[in-house]
Design a protein around this ligand. Structure first.
Ligand code: HEM
Length: 416
């Protein structure tokens, strides 16, 4: 342990690139006690990988010896007891029970059935961009015009929500995302909680409708999912739906925009993808490894856990940095800080987590990214950065707020 390495997300430059701090921590203090976070920041691949797969480690914040941050969170959860039923914060065996009831529609084969539907959405989004901007060279923000709206639209359709309610869902999804932000004025909090009330009421009514009249959609599948005669209770169903909106939206949008930025900054790799589309699937894993949106997953120890030279006591909060693990040269070799679209083991990254809480939506996220990247490569020509991309200042899920580009937009999808 040294005192040279710090974890300071408020430091200048951290939002633009946290990777320099992660490198210092990996090299000098890989199991770092952070006073700011009232917990331990873990940054090496082997340690993060091990923690995520350790069945003694909890995701339930109530197992933590109270810290100012966990006290704030528990207070927030007590204000919104519905939110605390999310699968993300549960431990097995309850976690396993709820997760099993949700799993079927997210399996690879089920998700693959959505390919045409998602392709149509992506094509429509690019057609709309083309009709807004025309054939010439244009400047636009790829986040606002493409990456941000797309995953909510896709998820609403997958769930079976009426098309015209899309804008309401976009607003509600923002309310859900903001509701977990500890810093908020009372007026903002009221607005946000009112939005959440509306979302819950809407989803409850839709769930009742799909219970009475099942359709071929995700909501109907979840309402009727049954294992050994057991179904999701109404409260659990709605809590998981809200989780799905939140877990699915921002990271998928962020992967598409940050992935495109990574490619623009590695023109040789972009050229390789243009030349060989067969590399695309692997490239998406590599882009997730290189600059994926999830930076930390939080865990609580329930007993002493030896980690490297440190032994963490029970009841402490751990921030396991999947983003740092994904750049650890001890795991990835000396080119860990470069995008390599045909990296042979890129799929082994930890961007989707690992162990029992590994991302339920990873097949869906990958399919959306594959179709989105394929369409962007097909239809955006003469693509260049137009100014400095603007990163948001959220630390756990890092995403671009604005990604200005210059390009020409092809008029219609070309077969790839
Ligand atoms: C690029 C996009 C995505 C990334 C990087 C991502 C990443 C992650 C990670 C790291 C976890 C583990 C959290 C933990 O261990 O505490 C997770 C869990 C989860 N993700 Fe994703 N996710 C993405 C997209 C999606 C999508 C599209 C959905 C569904 C619509 C989804 C649904 C979930 C759910 C339900 C969980 C909780 C699983 C559990 O606790 O058992 N995610 N995700």
């Amino acid at each position: 342990m040294t005192d040279t390495a710090v974890f300071d997300p408020l430091a200048e430059g951290f939002a633009d690139s946290p990777y320099e701090q992660y490198k210092e921590l990996r090299d000098h203090d890989p199991v770092h006690r952070s006073e700011l976070m009232h917990g331990w920041v873990v940054t090496r691949f082997d340690d993060v990988n091990r923690l995520l797969r350790d069945p003694s480690i909890s995701s339930d914040v109530r197992n933590a010896t109270p810290t100012p941050l966990t006290i704030t969170e528990l207070k927030r959860l007590s204000e919104q007891p519905r939110a605390s039923r999310t699968v993300v914060l549960m431990d097995d065996p309850e976690h396993a029970r709820i997760r099993a009831l949700m799993a079927e529609p997210f399996r690879s084969r089920a998700v693959e059935q959505l390919r045409d539907q998602i392709t149509r959405r992506v094509d429509d989004a690019l057609d709309a961009m083309h009709s807004r901007h025309g054939d010439g060279r244009v400047e636009l923000d790829l986040v606002a015009e493409f990456a941000y709206p797309l995953p909510v639209e896709i998820f609403c359709e997958m769930l079976g929500m009426p098309e015209e309610d899309g804008p309401r869902f976009r607003y509600w999804t923002q309310c859900v995302a903001r509701s977990v932000d500890p810093v908020m004025s009372p007026a903002e909090r009221d607005e946000c909680l009112a939005g959440l009330d509306e979302m819950y009421a809407y989803l409850e009514a839709e769930a009742d409708r799909k219970r009475a009249e099942p359709a071929d959609d995700l909501m109907s599948a979840l309402v009727h999912a049954e294992i050994d005669g057991e179904r999701l209770s109404k409260e659990d169903l709605i809590a998981q739906l809200v989780t799905l909106y939140m877990a699915g939206h921002e990271p998928t949008a962020a992967l598409i925009s940050a992935g495109m930025l990574s490619l623009l900054r590695a023109p040789d790799q972009l050229a390789r993808l243009h030349a060989d589309r067969g590399l695309l699937r692997n490239a998406i894993s590599e882009l997730a490894r290189f600059d994926g949106p999830n930076h930390f997953v939080r865990r609580i120890t329930t007993q002493p856990v030896p980690l490297g030279e440190t032994e963490l006591p029970g009841g402490v909060v751990i921030y396991a940095s999947v983003a740092s693990a994904n750049r650890d040269p001890r795991r990835w070799g000396p080119d860990a800080d470069r995008v390599v679209v045909d990296r042979p083991d890129a799929t082994q990254h930890l961007q989707f987590g690992a162990g029992v809480h590994a991302c339920l939506g990873s097949h869906l996220a990958r399919l959306q990214a594959e179709i989105a990247f394929s369409a962007l490569l097909d239809r955006l020509d003469h693509l260049e950065l137009a100014g400095t991309p603007k990163w948001g200042n959220r630390v756990f899920i890092r995403s671009l707020d604005a990604f200005p580009i210059v390009c020409t937009i092809g008029p219609a999808a070309r077969a790839s």
